[in-house]
Design a protein around this ligand. Structure first.
Ligand code: RIB
Length: 297
């Protein structure tokens, strides 16, 4: 079983800030770094480092060669990547001394996916494969619909949260992986809600779906195979939380592809995310499998 990821690829411009810049304020960054990122790329790298077979589909511009190389170095198959003239997607990320982030994403090449491209990539899917997508590329509705038509299991990480979720065929999603803010929005409730309230609302709104709700330092609550799971988080000192959710997602799905039990997948994914937040950057912070095994021991 492989993971077919229709995923964004970004160049991350990361600014170390004393605090998040406010409206009307000019603030000075204490450092700037350029890293590989994009929720899709991060998730593929995590899944590949965890040992899964990963086919990454997406688009990059002339400036994106290093993104392709990084995916390849992690062991992901990049043969389906689309090379376009539009500049690669990028993100501007503020990181505070507490390791919290605020992100602006610009789609760029990620928005050059076409329906025909989606169709051609899905021809490489085999029964049982997992199809993963986020909300940083074009064609999200088509990817969900076409993959579901082929009988493939669709995993949707609705991040950033879609402006018009009602336009997506969400009833065809097999598994949602999302954080509290995305969960509340998807459940149609105010953002400031208790995790359990959001979880129950998602379950009643999408009774057919599996749900993995990440709750930051309060761990993860999931509904998988008709059963509830609660996975506490591993306590570490946060340096940069960027990409922690992506690391969790990639490691979790790698475990699924490898036939591991849900509790085992959630535990390994939480350990991987914990390691990722102890390091700067998104993609560069994603741990190798043996580092995760060491923490689990
Ligand atoms: O989830 C973190 C990612 O979000 C960053 O790498 C950035 O590119 C944005 O896509």
């Amino acid at each position: 079983m492989k993971l077919l990821n229709f995923g964004s690829l970004n160049i991350d411009y990361v600014y170390d800030m004393p605090h998040f810049v406010q409206g009307g304020e000019t603030a000075t960054a204490t450092a700037r770094h350029v890293y590989a990122g994009g929720k899709g790329l991060n998730q593929s790298i995590a899944a590949a480092r965890a040992g899964a077979q990963v086919l990454h589909a997406g688009a990059i511009g002339p400036d994106g060669a290093f993104l392709t190389r990084l995916l390849q170095d992690a062991g992901a198959d990049t043969s389906a990547l689309l090379q376009v003239q539009e500049a690669s997607g990028h993100a501007m990320i503020q990181v505070t001394p507490e390791g919290q982030n605020a992100i602006i994403v610009y789609g760029g090449a990620n928005h050059c996916l076409t329906e025909a491209y989606v169709q051609s990539v899905l021809r490489q899917a085999e029964p049982g494969d997992l199809v993963l997508l986020q909300n940083e590329t074009s064609q999200t509705a088509q990817i969900i619909a076409q993959a579901a038509d082929l009988g493939l299991r669709v995993v949707f990480n609705p991040s950033p949260f879609p402006a018009h979720p009602e336009q997506l065929p969400l009833e065809r999603v097999d598994t949602f992986i999302l954080n509290e803010i995305e969960g509340a929005l998807l459940a149609g409730m105010p953002e400031e809600q208790d995790g359990d309230v959001i979880f129950d609302a998602l379950r009643s709104r999408y009774p057919h779906a599996q749900i993995i709700l990440t709750l930051g330092s309060r761990g993860v609550t999931a509904w998988l195979g008709g059963q509830r799971y609660d996975q506490p988080c591993f306590t570490v000192r946060a340096v940069d939380t960027t990409g922690a959710g992506d690391t969790f997602c990639g490691y979790y799905l790698a475990g699924c592809c490898q036939g591991q039990a849900p509790a085992q997948c959630l535990r390994a994914a939480s350990a991987a995310a914990a390691i990722a937040i102890t390091r700067p950057g998104a993609a560069p912070a994603i741990p190798a499998r043996d580092e995760v095994e060491s923490l689990l021991k």
